[in-house]
Design a protein around this ligand. Structure first.
Ligand SMILES: Cc1ncc(COP(=O)(O)O)c(C=O)c1O
Length: 421
């Protein structure tokens, strides 16, 4: 039967038929044909518990029996209240207020609007642009496209349609860089701030791991330095932890590596263990309290229909409980050891003529090639060996579910390496 589904990021002329998924268990999903594929990407990095986790499925079922949805405008409910408290508990000290929405992109839109309105309410309406980083990816809605890398990103054709923001160079010092190397990245950031701080509301960044912009892994010292620069130049610091949140970098949040609190933090993907689209934009008292006032402009005019959806909040609570009770950070450390051993420390792989770099951070690893053409065919190659890989551009990566066994993790890295042998 012909499918009427328009698939994302695909050329309609060259796309191959999308195989139909009928179920999944653990780190694997099952196709209609019976074929089982070990998911090296945990479905765009969100199915952190893998597929069909009994506790998550039960949580959704239980909640569905009580209340599937109700508007959050003027009403509240137990799962929304409880999840907000839990998010305040686990995120960096000082993020005390939670605004819900329905996807990572919308969570970022909320963050940007909040930052602009914050300055407006303080009498600084001129601070209405964003400062973003090259190699950034913050989502596909119009507001988010405007703060994605304007050159390498996939949105350049929309340049004439999008609002104009400012960009600082992407940090280059790696995770374990010496302070001197990070100082150069921070000096570059300072130069842009000196030029544009008067019209910039917030510095946006995917802390430590610029994900869809090329898996660029950077230093916690850069985060600390960015925090200080934002205070000096009166910009809010917004951490987009849509991809990095919930353990991906080896700590619960990337901010935890630096021991700092951003003014605004956005969470999605792993928030619900990938089971329902949802996001949370958290803010500090400083940001929140600027909205306490008498003028009509003090209300935050945003409210997606599905914000705080009870099913999403309930499954998010269960996801966080599993994460903590089952010591996921230890599992992630275990996965990281394998990724380092199998990929980063493999001298043959690193020396391969097609390979430009191999790096890992937490439960993420990437083989970056020199020429994107050398990854053509790798997804089919992996599928023949029972592994679902979905490289993009020059990046062959894995971001597995945290329940992936050591054996399966080595299977994924084995297939990634086999492509080069
Ligand atoms: C860092 C980051 N921000 C925002 C988004 C957008 O999230 P969504 O696809 O849920 O809109 C993504 C998605 O990959 C992301 O990686």
């Amino acid at each position: 039967m012909m499918s009427h589904v328009w698939h994302p990021y695909t050329h309609l002329k060259t796309q191959s038929p999308a195989p139909k998924v009928v179920g999944g268990e653990g780190p694997r999903f099952t196709l209609e044909s019976g074929e089982q594929l070990l998911d090296a990407t945990c479905s765009w990095w969100c199915m952190i518990h893998g597929y069909g986790h009994p506790r998550l499925v039960a949580a959704i079922r239980e909640q569905a029996g009580e209340l599937c949805h109700v508007m959050l405008g003027g009403l509240s409910h137990e799962p929304a209240d409880r999840l907000a408290s839990e998010l305040v508990r686990v995120t960096p000290e000082g993020l005390n207020h939670v605004f819900y929405s329905d996807s990572g992109s919308v969570g970022m839109e909320v963050a940007m609007k909040m930052a602009v309105q914050y300055h407006h309410l303080r009498g600084k309406a001129g601070k209405h642009r964003m400062l973003s980083l090259m190699k950034a990816y913050h989502g596909d809605t119009s507001g988010c496209m405007a703060v994605c890398d304007p050159e390498e990103g996939m949105h350049s054709l929309f340049a004439g349609y999008l609002p104009r923001h400012h960009f600082a160079p992407a940090p280059t010092a790696p995770y374990d860089a010496e302070p001197e190397a990070v100082a150069q990245d921070l000096a570059a950031l300072r130069r842009v701030l000196e030029q544009y701080h008067h019209e910039s509301a917030a510095l946006l960044m995917e802390p430590l791991l610029q994900a869809a912009g090329g898996l660029n892994m950077t230093s916690p010292l850069y985060l600390k330095g960015a925090r200080e620069l934002c205070d000096e130049f009166d910009l809010l610091l917004v951490f987009d932890e849509v991809a990095t949140g919930f353990g991906r970098t080896g700590r619960l949040f990337a901010a935890d590596h630096a021991g700092i609190t951003p003014d605004i933090m956005v969470l999605s993907k792993g928030l619900t263990g990938g089971h329902l689209g949802h996001a949370a934009t958290l803010a500090t008292d400083r940001v929140h309290d600027a909205f306490i006032g008498d003028s009509p402009y003090h209300a935050f005019m945003h409210g997606p229909t599905f914000m705080g959806n009870p099913l999403a909040c309930r499954v998010a609570l269960e996801s966080l409980a599993i994460f903590e009770e089952e010591h996921y950070l230890d599992r992630i450390a275990g996965l990281h050891r394998i990724l380092r051993e199998e990929l980063v420390l493999d001298t043959r792989l690193r020396a391969h003529s097609l390979v430009a770099d191999v790096r890992a951070l937490g439960a993420t690893a990437v083989i970056e090639v020199r020429d994107p053409a050398s990854l053509k065919g790798v997804a089919d190659f992996a599928r023949q060996q029972g592994v679902w890989l979905r490289p993009f551009g020059r990046w062959l990566y894995t971001m597995p579910a945290y329940i992936t066994s050591e054996r399966d993790m080595r299977r994924i890295t084995g297939v990634m390496k086999a492509w080069f042998s």
